[in-house]
Write a protein that binds this ligand. Structure first.
Ligand code: ATR
Length: 271
C-alpha cells in the first residue's frame, strides 16, 4: 500500500497540490498517493484525525485551516511558531509534527529561481495578515538591509512587527511616499478581489522586483501597477507554490525534488 498524503482545505477543488506532488513522486520514483480532502469548516480536527487513523502520513493545509493545524500539531518547528500557522503536517507513530514551508518557498523562489537576493536589499512587504506573517521570519533570516511592513490598518502592522522583536518597521501606505525598495512583495489579499493596495508612486527602485503571492494568467492589479511604475521584473506566486510544496515533500520523504520542470508544467497549464 503506497504512503498516503493529501491537501486539506475548504474549498480545495482548485488546489494544484495533487498535480505538483504527483509530478514530484514520478520524478523521484516515490510510491505515494496524494488526494484532495475537503473538510467541513467546523470539522478540521475530525477530518485530519480520520485521515491519520486510516494510515495517512502527512497533510498539506490550506485555507482556512492553517491556524487550526497549528493548534493540532503536537510538535512545531520554529518557523511554524513564528508564522503561528502550519501548512505541513507529518504523522509519525503517535506524533504530529507541524511545519510551515510558505516562507521558505518564497525565499527559494526569489533567490534561486528569480535570482533576486534578499540579503542587503531594501524589502517592502505589503499586508499584515496570515500570508505576511508566514514569510517574515524566513525573509529576516536572509538579512535584508531593511524590512518594512505596510498595511492599511496600521495597528495590525505594528502588532505584527512587535511580535518579531523589532527586526522590521511597520507603517502605512502613505508613509511610503518618497521611499524606494529593491523588492516589493504583495502579501495582501487585495489581488483576489481585483484591488490594488494604495501604494504611492515611486516605491520601485531601479532594478526592483515586484512579487505578488497570488498567481494567475493575467497581471494582478499590483503587477499591472508595478509594470506601469517601471519595475524591472515582475513575478507571481506560482513559483512560491511549487517551492513550498518541494519543502513539504522534503519533510515527508527526505529528498527535495527538482522544481524547474514542475513549474514549467504548471506555467503551461495556466497559460
Ligand atoms: P491572509 O491570511 O491572506 O493574509 P487576512 O489575514 O485576511 O488574509 O489579511 C488580508 C490582508 O490583506 C490584510 O493585511 C488586509 O489589510 P487590513 O489589515 O488593513 O484589512 C490586506 N488587504 C485586503 N484587501 C486590501 C486592499 N484592497 N488594499 C490593501 N490591503 C488589503
Amino acid at each position: 500500500m503506497p504512503d498516503q498524503y493529501a491537501v486539506i482545505g475548504n474549498p480545495v477543488a482548485h488546489s494544484k497540490s495533487p498535480q505538483i506532488h504527483a509530478a514530484f513522486a514520478r520524478q523521484t520514483g516515490q510510491d505515494l498517493t496524494y488526494e484532495r480532502l475537503l473538510a467541513p469548516t467546523h470539522a478540521f480536527m475530525e477530518t485530519a484525525s480520520a485521515f491519520r487513523a486510516r494510515g495517512g502520513r502527512g497533510l498539506n493545509v490550506t485555507l482556512p485551516f492553517k491556524g487550526e493545524a497549528f493548534r493540532f500539531a503536537g510538535l512545531l518547528s520554529e518557523r511554524a511558531r513564528a508564522a503561528q500557522a502550519v501548512n505541513t503536517l507529518k504523522f509519525e507513530g503517535n506524533a504530529t509534527y507541524g511545519d510551515n514551508t510558505d516562507g521558505a518557498g518564497l525565499v527559494y523562489d526569489l533567490v534561486r529561481n528569480l535570482g533576486c537576493a534578499v540579503a542587503g536589499r531594501r524589502v517592502l512587504l505589503l499586508g499584515a495578515g496570515g500570508a505576511a506573517r508566514g514569510v517574515i521570519k524566513p525573509l529576516l533570516e536572509q538579512q535584508p538591509a531593511q524590512l518594512v511592513l505596510a498595511n492599511r490598518t496600521l495597528g495590525k502592522a505594528q502588532l505584527l512587527a512587535q511580535s518579531f522583536g523589532g527586526g522590521l518597521e511597520a507603517g502605512t501606505y502613505a508613509a511610503l511616499a518618497g521611499r524606494q525598495f529593491d523588492l516589493v512583495v504583495n502579501a495582501t489579499s487585495a489581488s483576489l478581489a481585483g484591488e490594488l493596495p494604495p501604494l504611492p508612486p515611486g516605491v520601485f527602485a531601479p532594478g526592483a522586483l515586484a512579487y505578488d503571492m497570488v498567481y494567475g494568467t493575467d497581471d494582478t492589479p499590483f503587477l499591472a501597477f508595478a509594470r506601469g511604475e517601471g519595475a524591472a521584473a515582475l513575478a507571481d506566486g506560482l513559483g512560491m507554490l511549487v517551492e513550498q510544496a518541494a519543502e513539504s515533500f522534503l519533510i515527508w520523504r527526505g529528498l527535495r525534488p527538482d522544481t524547474a520542470p514542475v513549474l514549467k508544467l504548471l506555467r503551461h497549464a495556466t497559460a
